[in-house]
Design a protein around this ligand. Sequence first.
Ligand code: NAI
Length: 340
Amino acid sequence: MSRAKVVVTDYIEPDLDWEAGELAKRDIEFAAYQLKFAPQEEVIAAIRDADVLIVNMRPITAEIINALERCKLIIRHGVGYDNIDLGAAAARGIRVANEPEYCLEEVAEQTVALMMACARGLFQSRHLLELAVEKGQWDFSGLRPAHRLKSQTLGIIGCGRIGSRVYHRTEGFGMRRIICDPYLPEKHLRYLGIDRRYELDELLAESDIVTLHCPLNDETRHMINEEKLQMMKPSAYLVNTARGAIVDTEALTKALEEGWIAGAGVDVYEIEPPPGDLGLLQQENATLSAHLAWYSEESGWQIREDILEDVYRCLAGEPPLSTINPQVEQVLGDRVYREV
Ligand code: NAI
């Protein structure tokens, strides 16, 4: 029997020496490539005989999946998985996994950082400091109004893994916290100690800070559009560390320009990296970060460990911790049935 083989299509780490060493200890063959932009034939030639495929940004199309000869698992290095054809993998009996746990704390922390940067006008404050240094005197005439967070309302849209961490982290601020999450199980609501969930429009109208933590899908794409932004208070802030396309960027830019809301804290964009003419870049009341909410030294290591755990589970015949194409179980079940 040939050795099990793990192949990486593309990666963001400086090197994968740690993975190579760990897999070698278990006599597992390992090959890592940088094929993010490579032609499809080159990708197929490199990954054809993989038992486990690890993918970062490389699109994994049905053609690539159909060329896999013995693959049992495709692991997406990260949370989102729109670059992998899940249906094609399921049809071939290949499980697809993501790694949803590695950066929950970091994203919650970045959310609070963006909230605070907006509410305290941190970036404007630096600008005022620079002006004062230049002029040799303080000039606060352009100061934007700031409000004490205590007793203000924080609205959390999507209160799953990250949203509920934001809920816990903001406990000490003395804010009233409300949530909108039509799909959150009652059990989870009770665990958070929340007695009611709000409708989206109601939450938008009542919140001083609105933060987004739902997935991007057909229901949530452009969920925050012109109409919804106009429902928010003129003194409110919108924070988005979830996915860019949940918000209509043009509408948000207009809202910031015309003062429908006081500002926004944004980590994620509809097009990434965003084009140079992104209107948000011109808005002084937009606090922007570079889709780095996931990042820390700890999360960087945690995802590497989580991925290897899924590799070992797969090679031991077990499913990964998070299967994102559950329809595969039907195909795998039918296969066992046929083999019996
Ligand atoms: P999760 O699946 O644990 O929670 C999502 C929650 O949204 C669930 O409770 C679900 O019921 C709720 N939801 C679904 N549809 C909704 C709707 N229409 N309205 C309101 N709530 C709705 O997901 P998790 O792990 O908390 O991730 C949240 C977001 O954070 C995702 O969009 C993910 O892509 C993003 N993310 C961003 C990162 C970054 O670096 N900026 C890194 C990791 C995740």
